[in-house]
Unconditional design. Structure first.
Length: 227
């Protein structure tokens, strides 16, 4: 089992080596208690906040990442208004091949963006969110876009997810149980890392007709330690 100090040192190094954070790494504080990482500080752009979170999640032994980083904006340039941010978002979605902008509603309040609407697939919802992360002035994104429900065969979905887990090198199917109720998939069990946890969830979301995924997978660092 890794100590909190070891995890903290690795998170700091991972943040420092992240290209987006190279110049601002000293602004990001890192504390670790019982394998739970808390990131604090101030960054210029929303993508930097996301990059710091991803950097921490990559470190072995991390169970949870809490992000208390504030997006202040670039002090050198004038920040765009909410109306300008909204217009930039509409343009970004209009040019995105995986997004139908007519299905998505946008609300911008003090730099915080809320997306609503309904799409057919989870990848469309994620694509809409990712398309706006680099827009200047965005401080955060709340993605409320839902997946349109359609009739599914629960047993077939469960079987497909299980087979997909066995195909994926980063997922240990033997440690994960799958429950399917109507259009909702619930994942239970233990995984060795954030990467494995997210990969398992992505597999569940990739199934046609799935409108909700409840990820109850627990990161167990002892799985990693035993390898």
């Amino acid at each position: 089992m890794r100590t909190d100090d070891e995890i903290r040192n690795d998170v700091i190094e991972e943040v420092r080596l992240e290209p987006q954070l190279a110049d601002i790494a000293p602004r990001i504080g890192v504390t670790v208690k019982d394998e739970v990482v808390t990131l604090s500080g101030v960054v210029d752009h929303y993508t930097q906040k996301l990059a710091a979170e991803k950097a921490a999640q990559r470190v072995k032994g991390v169970k949870v990442v809490a992000v208390d980083i504030e997006v202040k904006g670039d002090a050198v340039s004038i920040e765009p208004t909410d109306a300008e941010i909204g217009e930039a978002i509409r343009n970004a979605l209009a040019w995105h091949s995986a997004v139908n902008q007519d299905q998505i509603e946008i609300v911008v309040d003090n730099g915080w963006v809320e997306l609503e609407g309904a799409v057919n697939w989870d990848y469309e919802r994620k694509a809409a969110e990712k398309a706006i992360q680099n827009i200047r002035g965005v401080k955060g994104v709340v993605n409320k876009v839902r997946i349109k429900a359609k009739e599914v065969d629960a047993s077939e979905i469960k079987s497909k997810i299980g087979k997909a887990f066995y195909r994926h090198a980063s997922v240990d199917a033997d440690n994960i149980s799958v429950e399917v109720h109507q259009n909702m998939v619930t994942l239970k069990g233990k995984v060795s890392s954030w990467v494995e946890r997210e990969e398992a969830e992505d597999v569940a979301w990739s199934m046609p007709g799935v409108t909700q995924v409840v990820n109850n997978l627990v990161i167990d660092t002892q799985i990693y330690a035993g390898q």
